[in-house]
Every structure is written in structure tokens, then in C-alpha cells.
Write a protein that binds this ligand. Sequence first.
Ligand SMILES: Nc1ncnc2c1ncn2[C@@H]1O[C@H](COP(=O)(O)OP(=O)(O)OP(=O)(O)O)[C@@H](O)[C@H]1O
Length: 262
Amino acid sequence: MGLTINQASVVYPAADGRPPVEALSRIDLAIDNDDFVVALGASGCGKSTLLNLIAGFLSPTSGEILLDGHRVQGPGADRAVVFQKHALLPWLNVIDNVAFGLKLQGGAEKARYEMAGRFIALLGLDGFQNSPVYKLSGGMQQRVGIARALTCDPKVLLMDEPLGALDALTREKAQELILRIWSETHKSVFFITHSVEEALFMGTKLIVMSPRPGRIAHRFDLSFSRQFLAGQSARQVKASPEFIRLREQVLEIIFADEEDAA
Ligand SMILES: Nc1ncnc2c1ncn2[C@@H]1O[C@H](COP(=O)(O)OP(=O)(O)OP(=O)(O)O)[C@@H](O)[C@H]1O
């Protein structure tokens, strides 16, 4: 079944003398089980607003969001969010941060730590269970944030520029790790990025959004992540003629929107 967005619009009301903002206009989108949907687009085109709708942090002004046929009416354990700034608890160690969501859900302590330990291993953080998170590098902290989101076993993982703060090499490694985890855990993913290369490499579906009002202007079905998971190296995939052709096509769309906005 998965997640379905039907004709969803969001208008932020007028405030402080500014007019209302039509942040999203009549969005239709299906995120099926196992889909990795990436949203790309010029600043202000409504990517975060769309993520907040799916997370249930925000209600649509009109339209609806359905998860497995049920209307989304607020946040829930079936959807987990990973932000660019991993909202970790700096006074807790790695395992307590990862187990934190389960603690909020009231799970038994032994089961919480077992589950947390499983995702710590999956994210390559074995040996760091008892390290305070403030001592870890940015890339490791982001992996703790992802482990914490996965530990609650959500159906949908929502990621708002999760790799935006990482250096280039760490970012590429994190992309590969997220794809492997996605293929192992069979989550549906909605992923926001500003990097065209990252979007093409990771997504099974790419939506390119345009601003004023925020809408989906272009859609692409992609198979580069499957090529990587089938054994091609990330470098090989990103250097293929088809990848380069699509990268130029998408860059052109985004530059045109940025120029319109200037
Ligand atoms: N709480 C709010 N109140 C009023 N307007 C808002 C609010 N949040 C966002 N907006 C406006 O809605 C539009 C879409 O914003 P949104 O943050 O969803 O875009 P975005 O594509 O995620 O941008 P960015 O890439 O810069 O993060 C923008 O014009 C923004 O200024």
C-alpha cells in the first residue's frame, strides 16, 4: 500500500504584514513500499513543507495524506524523521540515544537495548555504544540519528537534507550506507537534498519541485541505486553516460528556476 498524497495544498496564513504563502499546490505523490523518493528543487519550493505534511507536523489546507489507506492526522511511530542537525541528546551515550525513541514508546529495557544494538551494528557503530555522542564526528553523529530513527521500526523514513553538513568523502560513504540499509530494511524513504548527484544516485523516484506555488514540476523514475546495490561501484554508476545526461537535464531545470527567482 504505502503512502499516498492526494491533491494536497498548504497555504501559510498572512503574518506580520506579509501576504499568505501558497507553499504547496495540489500535490499528488505515491510513495510505495520500498520506494526511495527524492525531492529536489530551488530554495522555497516547498520540500520541507511536504516532508512536514507526511510527518504529520502540519495539516494540509486542502487534500489528504493516506498511510496504508488511513488518513494521516498527526505525527506517529509509523513515520520517523532524520534532520540535517541530528537532534541527539548530548548528555547520553550512543546506545541510550539510539534506544531513546523506544523508551518513549515504553518498551522493556532488555528489548530496547537489543534492538538499539542491532541498528548500532548496522550503522557501523559497534564499539561506540558507550561513547558520549558529543565526542563523535559529525558523520558518526548522523549515523546515530539514523539508527535512532530506524530502531522504532517506522514504515516511512523521512530525511531532510540528512547529509548536507558532511564533508564530500563522508557524504559519499553515508549515501552508500543509507542505500544498503534501505535495501536491507525495506523502508519507504522520502529524502530531501540540494545535490543533484545525490538525488540521482539514491532515488528510485525523483521529484523536481518548482516554487510559487510549490509544485511537482518534473518526475523521473531512476535505477542508479539498484545498479549500485547490484554490485557496480558508486564511481562507475555516477560516471555512466545515462547518469551524466540526466544530471545535466535536472541541473538545467533547477538553474532555470533559480534564475526566475533572482
Ligand atoms: N511557517 C511558515 N510561515 C510562513 N511561510 C512559510 C513557513 N514555512 C515556510 N514558509 C514559506 O513557504 C515556502 C516553502 O518553504 P519550504 O521551507 O517548505 O521550502 P524548501 O523547498 O524546503 O526550502 P529550502 O530548500 O530553502 O529549505 C517558502 O516561500 C517559505 O518562505
